[in-house]
Design a protein around this ligand. Sequence first.
Ligand code: AVI
Length: 366
Amino acid sequence: MNDCYSRGLGFETAPASHSLTIFAAVIEAFISDGPLTIFRDSPGTRLMISTAIKFYDAHPGSYDLKREVISGLARTPRTIPPKFFYDRRGSELFDAICELPEYYQTRTEMDILRNCTAELVDHIGPDCLLVELGSGASKKVRLLLEQLRPSSYLGVDISKEFLLSSTQTLATDYPWLDVHAACVDFSHTLDIPHCQSCEHKVTFFPGSSIGNFDPDDAIDLMHRIAQMMDMNGYLLIGVDLKKDISILNSAYNDAAGITAEFNLNLLTRIRDELGSDIDPGAFRHHAFYNPDRGRIEMHLVSTHQQRIRIDDQFFEFNAGESIHTENSYKYTIEEFAELASAAGFEQKQVWTDEDGLFSVQLLKTV
Ligand code: AVI
C-alpha cells in the first residue's frame, strides 16, 4: 500500500496497484485564509504542515525495493539501481555531496543558471507549467522562478518526505505560484494528472541526473518527456561534460568520505527496510572513471567472503566481488546532441562555464 497521507483528512486512497494511473492519494490544502493543515506521515512519526501544495502519491513502496534488489543481486554482474539511494538519509547525504569542494557540478550548474535566465525567458516566455524531475530540495528552480514566472510548478521526486517539505517551502516562498508535487518513480512513468491540464509545458531536469541512465534508457526517458509535453515543449537539462579524469575521480572519492557514506547507505536501507542481515561495514565504496564507457562507475565491494540474506533469498559474495550501484555518464556537447535527437529533441542553446566542466542545455521537441 502507498503511505496514506490522506488518512487523517478523510480523502480516499487506493491500493498501490491502482496508484500509477489514478494517483488516488491527492491532497489539496489551499493557502486562502484557511487554517494550516497537519498531515501525519505514519503513526507516531513526523508531522507535516502544508499550506498550499497539491500532492499526488504514487510512491513505489518497499515492495519495489525488495523486488528490484533481489533481482539485481541475482544478476551477473550484481547491480542495484541508483534510484534507491534516495531515502531520507540518502537525500540528506546527496545534499551534502552537492556542497563538497570536489563536487563541482552543483555550484557550476547554479552559476550557469544564474547567467542564462534572461536568454531562457526569451525562448520560453511566461505562464508555463514548469515540471521539475528529481526536484529534491528544489533549490535550483528558485534561480528561474522570479524571471520565468511560470503559472504552475510540479515537483516530481521519488523521495516523499523531501518532496513534501521542499515543495511546501516553495509554495510559502512564492505565494503567486500554483505548486504541485508528485511522488513518482519517473524512470517508470510520467503519467501525472496535472500535466494533462496545461498546454505550455517546460521540463526542468537539472543536476545531470540524465547521466545516471544508460544511453538507451536516457533516450527512452527523454522520449517519454517529449510525449508528456505532447511533443511540443522545452526541456532544460543539466548535462555533465567529459573532462580531465582526475577531476572526475576526486568528485566521486571526496576526502570527507561523504560519497562513500552515500553509497553505503544503500545497504543500511536494505538492512533496515527489508529486514536483511546485510552488514554495510562488510563492504567498501569504490568509484572510478571508465574511459571506454565514458562514465563514472560506483560499486560496493565485499571486503571478505560472506553470505547475505534478503527475505528468503541468500547471496554468496567472494572477497572483492562488487555490487554495481551507479553509472554517471559524461558527454561532449556533440554526443549529447545525438542522444537528444534520437529522443525527438534539438539543441536550441547550450550554456557552459568558462572551464567547460558542465552544461545547461535548452532542447526543443522537433
Ligand atoms: C544525481 N546524480 C547526478 C549524481 C551523479 O553525480 O551522478 C549522484 C551522485 N553519485 C555520487 N555522487 C553524486
